[in-house]
Ligand binder design. Sequence first.
Ligand code: ADP
Ligand code: MG
Length: 207
Amino acid sequence: MIGTDLLRSWMGRFAELVAEHEKELTELDSAIGDADHGANMVRGTRAVVDAFAAHPDDDIPALAKQAGMAMLSKVGGTSGPLYGTLFMSFGKALADVEEVDAKAFAEALRAGLNALVLRGRTNLEDKTMVDALSPALNTLTERIHAGDEFAAALAAARRAAEQGRDDTVAMIARKGRASYLGERSVGHMDPGAASSALLVRALEEVA
Ligand code: ADP
Ligand code: MG
């Protein structure tokens, strides 16, 4: 069974990985955006960790809402509301689930991604965070249904996220600031896909 400790350690590890990779995220965003993705993500993930510390007794849905609100309110960039939507819809999907297992957790992540896609009006291969998250969640769901342990399924999901992240290099950006560059965005990795791969990696590492 999955408890609040997993969500807490997941977001804690995500904040650490983002801090470690801040420079890299900023460099990616300086090539095809406005060079603030590293700072945005550091600010947002720190706010999530602070919000969790201020709510020691919250359950998973309440904590996920805190995480979403922190990302939404503390990140100035486009990515904040999108991560915020992901976390909030993930939490909502678990509101009536008594015992959260790997399957329910993966389904809730899917609900979060669906909400993010609706909010961002994003399609696959628009060169966004969705291109890392979508293959990761497809793999996670497939592997859980095939009977894998959560940890093994997450390892496969992390590899899929990293492959999806790497695949954004060849894509033409169709959403966000990078889309202003059109064809000139080709040859650069999407910064949001890079931070999303860290989100999946953090979950793998703590599960
Ligand atoms: P901003 O673009 O406002 O400066 P960030 O730099 O923090 O915000 O985030 C940029 C990232 O947000 C992009 O790399 C991309 O992954 C993601 N993004 C932008 N627009 C969308 C969208 N419509 N749908 C999904 N992701 C998006
Ligand atoms: Mg930016």
